[in-house]
Design a protein around this ligand. Sequence first.
Ligand code: HEC
Length: 128
Amino acid sequence: MTHRLWPAGLVPAAVILAACAMPNEMPVASDGAKIFAANCVACHGADARGGAGPDLTAIAARNDGVFPRARMLSVIDGYSRDIHEGRAMPEFGASLSGETVPVDIDGTLTPTPRDLAALLAYLESIQS
Ligand code: HEC
């Protein structure tokens, strides 16, 4: 016997509404911090300084004080495998796809998946 708890159509509508409730503003560092905690701390450590990877708070310092947005985006989403050939940093491009926001990538407003933009904002915020 089948019990319909809701009239047909209402549940999908609720799901769609929930998806649309995503904030439209640009992601900020605290959004990225959550994504980092969920995906990155295993290797990079809770303070982003250690573990299996390089110190992520010293990216700008290693780059003459400039945070290299384009290169870091490539590292995270896996475009530039050539830079990290045979290394352990996994690709997140597939899992971080979806809605894009315009991010200033080295002077060009570039549509960037929201989660990637959030991670970028977080990484920039922790540069020492
Ligand atoms: C399986 C371990 C692992 C995970 C998970 C991981 N990383 Fe990495 N990451 C590395 C390693 C190792 C490197 C060193 C570069 C290389 O050889 O790939 C690295 C390098 C980087 C770099 C480049 C730093 C530089 O100065 O060139 C960034 C940025 C970075 N990771 C961000 C992230 C973010 C953001 C996440 C989560 C979405 C993440 N990583 C998840 C292992 C990991």
